[in-house]
Ligand binder design. Structure first.
Ligand SMILES: Nc1nc2c(ncn2[C@@H]2O[C@H](COP(=O)(O)OP(=O)(O)O)[C@@H](O)[C@H]2O)c(=O)[nH]1
Ligand SMILES: [Mg+2]
Length: 189
């Protein structure tokens, strides 16, 4: 099973709560450090090259992007944390947007994207705490596994043994079916 072949489109890119679309579908949010591959994951899951913007254009990545899949599921690409060169004002706007998002949406689940070369960082731990305190189901997606040797990957997997995780490469398309299936399973319950 996969999310491929479903109709997928961007509903809206939001800078604040007032712009959020209705929360009347299953909603799965992608979170993680900026540049870990969140947009690439959305593109791979939907089988679309450019649905979610990939790369470093700052404007769009400061917004929460809401995508409909087949009019049934909402996938949300929220801004990544850890932009080194963010101004104070941008940090405040970012925090507000994240608070608005997690404070006001009923979520089906969360996918936490983590660069397989780096592992969990402090911000990831905070997001995991948030998910646990709000009882949001989540799984970790280890991204860019094409950049690791088998040995490096198995060491990284060991550090995540306490977590529910998937391995993924947008380049090699590893993990797409497994992650799609998980999203669809979450939507059944
Ligand atoms: N080698 C490799 N590069 C990737 C992979 N996924 C994303 N990238 C690259 O990493 C950069 C950031 O990806 P993007 O999806 O925009 O990350 P985002 O900021 O988390 O949305 C882009 O240059 C992508 O082409 C992957 O699985 N393998
Ligand atoms: Mg992105």
């Amino acid at each position: 099973m996969s999310l491929h072949g479903h109709d997928a489109h961007l509903i809206i890119s939001c800078a604040s709560l007032a712009q959020f679309p209705p929360n009347d579908r299953h909603e799965v949010v992608m979170v993680g450090k900026s540049n870990v591959g969140k947009s690439s994951l959305i593109n791979a899951l939907t089988g679309r090259k450019n649905l979610a913007y990939v790369g470093a254009r700052p404007g769009k990545t400061r917004l929460a992007n809401f995508f409909h899949i087949n009019d049934e599921l909402m996938l949300v690409d929220v801004p990544g944390y850890g932009f080194a060169n963010r101004s104070k004002a941008e940090q405040i706007a970012y925090g507000q947007l994240m608070d608005d998002y997690f404070g006001h949406r009923k979520l089906t689940a969360m996918l936490l994207c983590v660069d397989a070369r780096r592992g969990l960082n402090h911000d990831d731990e905070l997001i995991i705490e948030l998910a646990r305190s709000q009882r949001i189901r989540f799984a970790i997606v280890l991204t860019k596994i094409d950049k690791l040797t088998q040995r490096e990957l198995s060491l990284m997997k060991q550090t995540l043994s306490g977590y529910h995780f998937f391995t993924f490469s947008a380049l090699k398309k590893n993990g797409v079916d497994e992650i799609s299936e998980q999203i669809l399973r979450w939507c059944e319950h």
